[in-house]
Write a protein that binds this ligand. Structure first.
Ligand SMILES: O=C([O-])CC(=O)C(=O)O
Ligand code: NI
Length: 226
């Protein structure tokens, strides 16, 4: 991995997903990199200190009916790079589950940080038994083979959301924890990181003041300048 990427990943690890979202917001990103609807299901459901950070390895799935869409050689999960975050994009409707326990077993063996599924996963207990981090939109019971298939890897994928327009590109940085999943565009990563410490320091001072009884209005005026 390029040195700059390693240094960005090391620096992202120092912060929470919320901190990183604050950094991106400071740069004018309206949604702060947040990908709506994706939440931690493994190793626990929305609980605990699990955090994953890595470069996105994207997997674009298509409906079986899209017969003209590219065909993938081999199985996508065997191509997962060490340290990456597998980002699966499942076409709607999300009724079947496009990712299961065997996939996590292989991803973990290959050294992936975790998996984010923009869609539905199954075999929930298997991911948890592996203690492998899995974030997704939902859970389910039925394999996806009857309705969809992996078509391409390492291509940009659009978030499957009816309320948010977002694209996840291969090599973008993903940080995901208790609060959700943030996609950091490659070219903004360093700037976003630089924007975090001043905000975090101001928040810490604000917290101290609130604990001591200062009003939020006064605290924000003093430490946020508004
Ligand atoms: O069988 C499938 O298609 C997916 C699955 O359950 C697994 O990865 O364990
Ligand atoms: Ni399975």
């Amino acid at each position: 991995m390029a040195d700059e990427d390693s240094s960005i990943i090391a620096d992202l690890r120092k912060w929470t997903a919320c901190d990183v979202a604050d950094g991106l917001s400071k740069l004018g990103e309206t949604h702060g990199g947040f990908l709506e609807g994706l939440t931690m299901f493994s190793p626990e459901f929305q609980s605990g200190s699990t955090k994953i950070v890595g470069k996105a390895f994207t997997v674009k799935m298509v409906l079986k009916s899209e017969t003209d869409a590219p065909k993938l050689q081999g199985n996508y999960i065997d191509k997962v790079p060490k340290g990456s975050v597998v980002f699966m994009s499942q076409p709607t409707p999300h009724v079947n589950a496009c990712y299961g326990g065997l996939m996590s077993m292989r991803a973990q063996y290959l050294g992936a940080e975790g998996t984010v599924v923009d869609g539905r996963v199954r075999d929930l207990q298997e991911h948890r038994d592996l203690k492998f981090p899995v974030f997704s939109r939902a859970i389910g019971t039925t394999a996806a083979t009857a309705v969809s298939r992996p078509s391409e890897i390492n291509v940009p994928v659009k978030l499957q959301s009816s309320v948010q327009d977002a694209t996840i590109r291969p090599g973008d940085f993903i940080i995901a924890d208790l609060d959700g999943v943030v996609c950091v565009p490659r070219e903004l990563a360093r700037k976003a990181l630089d924007a975090i410490p001043p905000k975090a320091e101001a928040d810490a001072k604000t917290a101290e003041a609130i604990k001591k009884g200062m009003s939020v209005e006064e605290a924000f005026k003093t430490f946020r300048g508004k």
